[in-house]
Write a protein that binds this ligand. Sequence first.
Ligand code: PEP
Ligand code: MG
Length: 325
Amino acid sequence: AQSRYASLRDLPAEALCGTRVALHMNAGLIADLPSLAGSGAEGVGLFRTELQFLVRAHVPKRSELVAIYARVLEAAHGKRVAFRTLDIGSDKVLPYMKRVEEPNPAMGWRAIRVGLDKPGIMRMQLQALIRAANGRPLSVMFPFVAEFDEFRAARQHFLDEIERERHLGHTLPERIEVGAMLETPSLAFAPREFFEMTDFISIGGNDLKQFFFAADRENEAVRRRYDMLNTSYMNFIEQIVARCAEGGTHLSFCGEDAGRPVEAACLAAIGLRTLSMRPASIGPVKHLIRKINLKDLRATMDEARASGAVNLRGAVMSWLSGQDI
Ligand code: PEP
Ligand code: MG
């Protein structure tokens, strides 16, 4: 599939209306990095750091993490990498961590909740990221933030670690960006100051969708039941776009839907300018975006909404079938 789209690799995802969409890739292992050049991704929009913890039998040492993150940044050759701090718990259980039995782990003690309650590992990870950056820019984002105070507290841990590294005489990142993943509906309604404080926000569509529709992403019986193009969900994402614009924060979307061409085009049509996806999706998504006018797609979606459509897919597909793709 990669070769079919190879000719697009160095071309921008620029729609016929002139709108440009930045396509980034999701990664988590050193083995993913060659795809950065191969896919034409503009950066790594989501680096899932828990994978390095899941493939080991013990908590990695700080020095091991420094080496891994430095390799990632070197392989990125100056392209931006958004490192997500540990998202453990839920479906991702560390073999060496005492397992807490939870009736509903996806809504349980996971991700930033663990990071804030037992900050040891998260702080060690932040130290490793700062050292690995070694003077280069550093982007860090926190997973599964449900309220403003969690972001504020996590960000403060990061700033404290920067201070600590300064005292120790280490080279600091040239620039830092601190972001939050928006994966719980509650965060979309956070005070305006939240959007002003974040340097960027990335919608974790997999979790956001499961919590928006209350449909478990791991449960075969319901996981495909609700469509991203459901009108209520698209209205919700549009509100997030608006709140991020008001707060002056950059918004991206990672999560599987960003890698589906039709969904990706619809996200771009309602204002997303950065999408992060698995490397193999970049070609197909870019191909579609380059063939269409996003303003016309937006008008089609608005019209379907105005006429009371519960789902925009029908209107979008019929519009697409009339395009020269
Ligand atoms: C998401 O929830 O959309 C996401 C990108 O994170 P993960 O799939 O790792 O939970
Ligand atoms: Mg998630």
